[in-house]
Each structure stands twice: as C-alpha cells, then as structure tokens.
Design a protein around this ligand. Structure first.
Ligand SMILES: *Cc1c(COP(=O)(O)O)cnc(C)c1O
Length: 458
C-alpha cells in the first residue's frame, strides 16, 4: 500500500501561511541568508528540527490539566519518575529544562580540562558542553557512517577498535565516561545495534569506565533493532528499550524528541555520589530536584509521552513516513544519506552540488534554496555547523560531510505535506547547477550556525 495511515485523527489545527517567491526573497535576505533567523510564521513546512515540535495527544493535554504544581515532591514528579524507571531502569531520575541542561550538569561534574569523552558522534550541544569545560570530545563512529550511500543497517554503531585506541592513547584515567548517541543524530539519525551496545559495554567493563547514552531517540532506535537485528522481531519495543538501557550506567535525555513534548529533559544515573552532586548543581541552576526547571504539567506530559512513544503503530508510521520522503527523492536522483534514518532525511549536498566547494557551504546554499523555492525550512549539517580550525594555521577545515537535514516533527505533517516537499526538492534537483556557493559575513565563537549571516558568491 502506498498510503501511510497516520495512526491518529486531528482534533486541533494550526493554519500555515503561503508566501510568494518574491516575499520569500525579501524574508531570507532580512534573515542574513540564515533560515534559523526566519520568523516561523513565514515558513510553510518547517523541517528545521524534530525537537520540541511534536504535536501532543489529547491524553497529554489532559495530563497538563492534572499537573501538580507543588514546589517540592509533587505528584507529577513521582508519576514521571516511575515512568522513566519503568522504561530505563535507572536509580536516579533528575528532571532538567532540556537535554543540554542535563549535559551541562553531567559534564560539569564528570569532566575537567584533561578529560576526553568518546561518543559515536557528539551532537552539537554535547560537543560544545564538553569543550566549554575545556575537555575533548572525540567521535568514534564506524567508517561506514561517513559514506552516505553505504547501506549498513546500523550506521550509528561505535567502532570498537577506534574506541579502544582512544582509551589507550589518552589512558583510561582521562576518560570519565563513554557515550553512545541513540539514534546517532549528527550521523544521519542512524541506529545503534544491541550487539554494538553490548560490545561497547564490554570495553567499558574492561577499563572500568561508565557508559552513558544520549538517549533522545531511544524509541526509534529500539524499533530499528526490532526491524533489523536478528532475534528481536518478536520482542516488544519496550522490552528492547529496557535491554538497551540495562547496559548503561545513566543517560542524558532531551524530552523534546522521543518524549513527545515541547520542552523538557532529564538526566539519569545509577551512581549515588554522582546523583547527589548533580542535584546540588541542579538546585543552583535549574531548580529543586523534583521539578528541575519544569512545571508539574510538563512532567505529566513527559510521562504520558514516554508511554505513547513506545506504541508500535506509532513507531511503524513514524519510520515509514520518514522512509517515504527519503525513498521518493532518492528515486528522483537526489543523493541522500542511506538508509533513511528515524527522524530525518539528510540530503548529501556535497554530492548534489559538486560545483560548490565545502568552504562555500553547499549545505547552507541548498537550505536557502529550499526556502526560496517552496517555503520549506531545513538545516545545514556540514561545515557551517561543524568546520574546525587548524590549530597551527587557524584556517577553517571543512566538516567530513555536507548535509541538509529535513527533520520530521512528530505527528505534525500529513502525507500530502510530505508529497509537496518531495515536489519542491525534485524541482531544485533539476536546476541544481544554477545554485551558487556562500560566504560567512558574521559569526559567533560558539555554535555559530544559529546566528551567522551569509552572502551569495557571484
Ligand atoms: C536535541 C539533542 C540534544 C540536546 O537537547 P536539547 O533539548 O535541544 O537541549 C542532545 N543530543 C542529541 C542527540 C539531540 O538530538
């Protein structure tokens, strides 16, 4: 069957606004050719991120009304804690206002200037929080992850030999923790296999290192394991998730992803000393440990969202609708990161626009053209986001890949919205040789992609 049935009906709607090409040219110019700076009202289909953009269910909204706003020890906290423990099994559950707050607290306590933190691929906020601490963030993903056309079923896997080499190079005493990002967002939303998680656990045990998950998309990862890994087809997604978490000592979580809410996050650990330190820091910057920068109603919505995310009709629809976008544009000749990931499709801008060199930002150029052509907002994940500076010459070194991410908000757009996106991308692909490169005219020292301004190169 070609039609994807969204496993929900729509009770509340939000209008989206059409614009003309001429209007969009003015809007984009005003935003310094950086789609991050475009007013959301001027975007027709917003695929900037799947973060915090989910549609909540009637049950979640009902939970919002039931939120207990007691400052300390609210009923909503205990419901939230119980749900997280039921799925993830960790001893301590510490709410934060979003994922990066959990990261900042974890790394502030575990890292110092000498620390080195390996991860399959650090997400941008994860890397920035580690580097802000003066520590070093190292990516140890398998080589297949860097080849967009490679069809490896678990392209998010950690390269265990690379991990071992990093531990040997710096010495285990400099590695406060090992991380795995599930699914691997910056690497294309690619899953990590259970076998790989177990192998990383074994290496951590060998060197007595704690293992933490960046667990933002744990449910999508668990469903990929069910679909692709031998021995898991008949297991429930919840059982698979539980098994995944059983190999970890804790996690950071942005609830804006697989907890189906618009704001929230948390930090888990089994280590009581660490939990105490984390709560002390939490009180300083986020709030009392039973609300951590959130309202009671947010905790209710998270608890309900964490249950809904494990529903298999939902996950089946979620992965099928993402795959649909990827397969359709790939069939039209658009090079994409294969195979399609869970939350997003990544166009390989370097392959689509080979006439634009990496440091003229082909991904940023394509992102701008998507907006001009069809009012669609995606995001560059390439050298604007991830270029580094050569420590000797100070020259910019391009990122390993030039991607444009089209992230799909959860339960927000229907198949016809996605069909429109496909048509716009096909039109751009046909006139790809007319797309020009860009240069940066203004940038910030950290996370520059959020605020940089650009101009077209003639
Ligand atoms: C979104 C995200 C984060 C950061 O979470 P925020 O809620 O945006 O602060 C960290 N890691 C990964 C993999 C993410 O996708």
């Amino acid at each position: 069957m070609k039609t994807i049935i969204e496993p929900f009906k729509i009770k509340s709607v939000e209008p989206i606004r059409m614009t003309t090409r001429q209007q969009r040219e003015g809007i984009l110019a005003k935003a310094g050719l950086n789609p991050f700076l475009i007013h959301a009202d001027d975007v027709l289909i917003d695929l900037l991120t799947d973060s915090g953009t989910s549609a909540m269910s009637a049950q979640q909204w009902a939970g919002v009304m039931q939120g207990d706003e007691a400052y300390a020890c609210s009923r909503s906290y205990y419901r939230f804690e119980e749900t997280v423990k039921d799925i993830m099994g960790f001893e301590y559950v510490i709410p934060t206002h979003q994922g990066r707050a959990a990261e900042r607290i974890l790394f502030s306590i575990m890292c110092d200037e000498n620390s080195v933190v390996p991860n399959n691929t650090h997400f941008d906020t994860t890397r920035a929080n580690i580097e802000f601490r003066g520590a070093k963030a190292v990516d140890v993903v398998i080589d297949e992850a860097h080849v967009p056309s490679n069809l490896h079923p678990f392209k998010g896997n950690v390269d265990v030999d690379k991990l071992r080499a990093v531990i040997e190079e710096y010495g285990p005493q400099r590695i406060p923790l090992v991380m795995i990002t599930i699914t691997n967002n910056s690497g294309g939303g690619q899953p990590v296999s259970m076998e790989n998680i177990k192998a990383v656990r074994a290496v951590c045990d060998e060197y007595s290192l704690p293992l933490y998950f960046d667990a933002c998309r744990f449910a999508e990862n668990a469903y990929f394991i069910k679909l692709r890994e031998e021995g898991y087809a008949d297991r429930s997604v919840k059982e698979i998730a539980r098994e995944m978490f059983s190999y970890a000592d804790g996690c950071t979580m942005s609830a804006k992803k697989d907890a189906l809410v618009n704001i929230g996050g948390f930090l888990c650990t089994n280590d009581d000393v660490l939990a105490r330190q984390e709560k002390e820091l939490l009180i300083l910057t986020e709030g009392f440990p039973t609300y951590g920068g959130l309202a009671g109603r947010d905790l209710e919505a998270m608890a309900q969202g964490l249950k809904e995310i494990l529903e298999e009709d939902y996950l089946q629809y979620r992965l099928a609708s993402t795959r649909y976008l990827g397969e359709r544009i790939a069939a039209a000749g658009v090079p994409i990161m294969q195979p399609p990931g869970g939350h997003a499709i990544y166009i390989d801008a370097a392959a689509m626009l080979p006439h634009i060199p990496p440091l003229q930002y082909p991904g940023q150029a394509l992102t701008c053209e998507l907006y001009l052509e069809g009012g669609i907002r995606g995001v560059e994940i390439g050298s604007v986001m991830f270029a580094s500076k050569d420590p000797e010459t100070g020259e910019e070194v391009p990122a390993p890949m030039e991607l444009v991410r089209l992230a799909i908000p959860r339960r927000v757009y229907t198949q016809s919205h996605i069909d429109y996106v496909i048509e716009v991308i096909e039109a751009l692909h046909q006139r790809r040789e007319s797309i020009r490169g860009m240069r940066i005219v203004e940038e910030a020292p950290f996370l520059r992609h959020f605020s940089a301004r650009f101009e077209w190169i003639d």
